[in-house]
Design a protein around this ligand. Structure first.
Ligand SMILES: Nc1ncnc2c1ncn2[C@@H]1O[C@H](COP(=O)(O)OP(=O)(O)OP(=O)(O)O)[C@@H](O)[C@H]1O
Ligand SMILES: [Mg+2]
Length: 469
């Protein structure tokens, strides 16, 4: 939009400039020449009347007087004054070439003047090799033409002035165009900058960052009100999603109690009366319970995703989680160890990291055979959970992050790693499963550094978890 606006603006300015300046320049050139011509004609007439007596009498003294006036005139103006006799021979010549007794009969303007006419115009001089502006007037006594006076100017001096005028016009035009460009750019930016921000915000919302809002205090009123409407819509959407999420969380939470009660009743019944239908019913209730638990876990993870990342000590969170899990690890005959490297600072949310570690440690304990070690490593912006279990092949390592995907038909529901991935991405980090040299699997999580503040765009991406997935 800016480009088009600018092009249109500059095009219009250019047309106006051309329409104004070209006639002005042409008019100026014409006026310059005309002014010079009329001035020179006036001077030529004066010199002709001055020279009248001298030409008539041919007195050397009087001719010398005319020559003196002519040369001071020539000196002042840069023109050339020639006075000729009736046959065109030079009597006075302020810039004599050669002997100074040249004959000018061959010059058309002298010929015309000797016939009693005033001749003026421009022509190419073959002797001087340049264009001349000339005025020739007859010198007459008592009605008889006895000679002619001619003044010539090299056109180059007039041309130089005309060219200078054109250059000035050009400079003015360029300055006006530059000004127009600056103004055009400003106007363009005034309109398009808030539109771009709005676009960026819309993209962020599209990626799932429902907290993103467009600035509604800049640009023209139309854009402002568009931004306001957009923000209101996003707020509405955010509210809608939140209430939906809350509903899922509440519903699953509320379902747990009656489900537990139902299971107890079924178990009591089963104790009294051993019927196969009761076993089946109990199994169904178990499945229902798992489903409700999963729903609750998803709803909780969704709520976690919303909080903003901050500065977190990975080592501290890891130490806390390892302590919590070591009892269960011991129960399984495993050793759970923690290794720390560096300062372990990262940009993330402690609650999310805790949940990530819980899931990874749970998986590791779950797959590890007895007497093995599960090692948690916390380093700068990095968390690792390594086990000595069966590991996963390359294809399974990719798919493990899919919802409800499980390698075998284990007890889990296959949600853990999907939730982990989402939590890690909410902090702008990334997670990968890597095979270990001696068998087993290592989950590697990387977060953004604290010192290197992520750029706004990056941060928005980081928070932009897709709520539809
Ligand atoms: N450390 C590991 N070693 C080998 N396989 C693993 C490991 N961690 C996960 N897996 C495999 O990936 C599957 C998906 O793991 P995920 O944590 O998503 O689900 P889950 O543990 O089965 O269920 P949930 O975590 O929801 O209770 C697991 O079923 C398991 O087969
Ligand atoms: Mg799991």
């Amino acid at each position: 939009v800016t480009k088009r606006l600018l092009l249109g603006y500059l095009g219009l300015t250019l047309i106006v400039l051309l329409a104004l300046e070209v006639p002005l320049g042409i008019q100026n050139a014409r006026t310059e020449r005309h002014d010079l011509e009329s001035k020179v004609e006036h001077d030529a007439t004066s010199i002709a009347s001055l020279a009248q007596t001298a030409v008539h009498t041919r007195s050397q003294r009087q001719l010398a007087g005319v020559a003196a006036i002519a040369s001071s005139y020539a000196h002042e103006t840069g023109g050339r004054v020639v006075v000729v006799g009736a046959r065109g021979q030079a009597l006075v010549d302020t810039t004599p070439l050669g002997s100074g007794r040249e004959t000018f009969a061959s010059r058309p303007e002298i010929g015309a003047a000797l016939q009693g006419r005033v001749a003026e115009g421009t022509r190419w001089s073959r002797t001087l090799h340049e264009r001349l502006l000339y005025v020739a007037v007859p010198v007459a006594t008592g009605g008889r033409v006895e000679g002619a006076a001619r003044i010539t100017y090299p056109m180059s001096s007039v041309d130089a002035r005309i060219v200078r005028y054109w250059l000035i016009l050009l400079a003015i035009g360029a300055a006006v165009l530059a000004l127009a460009a600056v103004v055009g750019l400003r106007v363009g930016a005034f309109v398009t900058r808030p539109l771009r921000r709005l676009e960026a915000t819309a993209a962020a919302v599209g990626r799932g960052d429902l907290a993103a809002r467009a600035p509604d205090g800049e640009g023209p009123p139309e854009v402002r009100s568009l931004a306001r409407v957009f923000n209101a819509t996003v707020a509405q959407l955010e509210q809608l999603l939140r209430s939906q999420r809350e509903f899922v969380a509440d519903a699953s939470h509320q379902l747990r109690t009656p489900l537990t009660a139902l299971r107890l009743r079924l178990e009591n019944l089963q104790r009294d009366d051993d019927r196969p239908e009761l076993d089946a019913a109990l199994a169904e209730v178990e499945r229902l319970g798992t489903l409700v638990e999963d729903l609750l876990r998803l709803a909780r993870a969704d709520a976690q995703v919303e909080s903003a990342p901050g500065e977190v000590d990975l080592c501290e969170v890891a130490r806390n989680r390892v302590e919590t899990w070591s009892a269960l690890a011991e129960e399984h005959g495993l050793t759970l160890v923690l290794a720390t490297e560096g300062r372990g600072l990262a940009r993330a949310s402690a609650a999310r990291i805790g949940q990530v570690l819980d899931n990874l440690i749970e998986n590791a304990i779950h797959v590890s055979p007895e007497k093995r070690t599960v090692q948690v490593t916390a380093g700068d912006c990095e968390l690792r959970v390594a086990d000595e279990g069966p590991g996963l092949d390359a294809d399974a390592r990719e798919r493990a992050f899919d919802r409800f995907w499980r390698a075998g038909d284990g007890e889990g529901s296959g949600l853990g790693l999907a939730i982990v991935k989402r939590l890690v991405e909410a902090d702008g980090g990334e997670i990968a499963l890597e095979p270990r040299a001696g068998g087993g699997l290592e989950a590697v999580v990387r977060y953004g550094a604290v010192a290197l503040r992520p750029a706004p765009r990056r941060r928005r991406e980081a928070a932009g978890v897709d709520w539809r997935s």
